[in-house]
Ligand binder design. Sequence first.
Ligand code: NAI
Length: 328
Amino acid sequence: MKILFYGTKDYDQYFFDKLKPEYPHIEFVFIESNLYRETASLAAGYDGICAFVNADLGETVLEELRHQGIRLILMRCAGYNNVDIQKAKECAIKVLRVPGYSPEAVAEHAMALVLTANRHTHKAYIKCRENNFSLNGLMGVNLYGKTAGIVGTGKIGMAMARICNGFGMKILAYDLYPNMESDLEYVSLDRLLAVSDLISLHCPLTPETHHMINNESISRMKDGVILVNTSRGGLICTDDLIAGIRDHKFQAVGLDVYEEESDFVYEDMSEYILKTSTVQRLLSFPNVALTSHQGFFTEEALTNIAETTLQNAEAFRTGLDLKNEVQN
Ligand code: NAI
């Protein structure tokens, strides 16, 4: 079976290549180009393709992949909001993903963003490098004894709850489908927004959750709240967030994901004049810490991603049960 890996970097190849000997019947070809309308035809002659969070797997691309004979899409990630699942079904293309490859990797990064934005360690580091040892502008707040509101208590949300618990925080949770086996205290989203000192987003991006953080929901939050998003940029209406930051609503904001990131995520754009200014506007605020969708980026997570992606491919190849198939 031949698989074309789109949008790969050296680190992707490294972790997949390590497993090559275990999968003698699968041929991997890695290309740097990402998957979009103009590159979909490169899939000609392959059985499947492997893609990441920033690939375009909308209707047109899926139609082209079907035309090229693709029967399998291996998402080397957990989220699949960039895949038109209904269209994939119509095209008889199976979509498999890697659920929960390392929830701790993402949750630990969420807490790193909270600590960075709240205690301004990103600013402090630069100041110290310039021999500026003044503490002006670096004041934060304690997390101990405060309330953490976890939105979405799946694998990553649960890991974040454990971390916040370790910081001595009280945990409140909101989920459409509460985890009854957990001892989390579930409340309505309204209540969570109203009483949390830290709000951490861990639900998927769906039509329901799109812009769940907007003018209206921000107005219901406590003044001085800390907001962190390591889930998907579309959960937050960026313009409303920027307005809220300007109104001094937030103690700190940590973002690993943001709207418009797909234009340049994982690319070195330092030599380019960007067409959009969202990131620059966010970075202009001293209480915002921003990273480029790197929550997953640990050795353990990349190892698990490679292992599960190849197990998914092998299950498809040998006709086994596709336990990681995306159904809806
Ligand atoms: P999961 O599927 O284990 O958990 C998601 C939870 O959200 C579930 O409990 C579900 O019931 C809940 N949920 C669904 N719709 C909801 C709604 N409307 N309101 C409230 N809760 C809702 O997923 P997991 O592994 O915890 O990942 C969460 C998200 O993290 C993914 O969807 C993905 O977008 C993001 N992610 C980000 C990464 C990064 O590198 N920054 C890496 C991996 C995932």
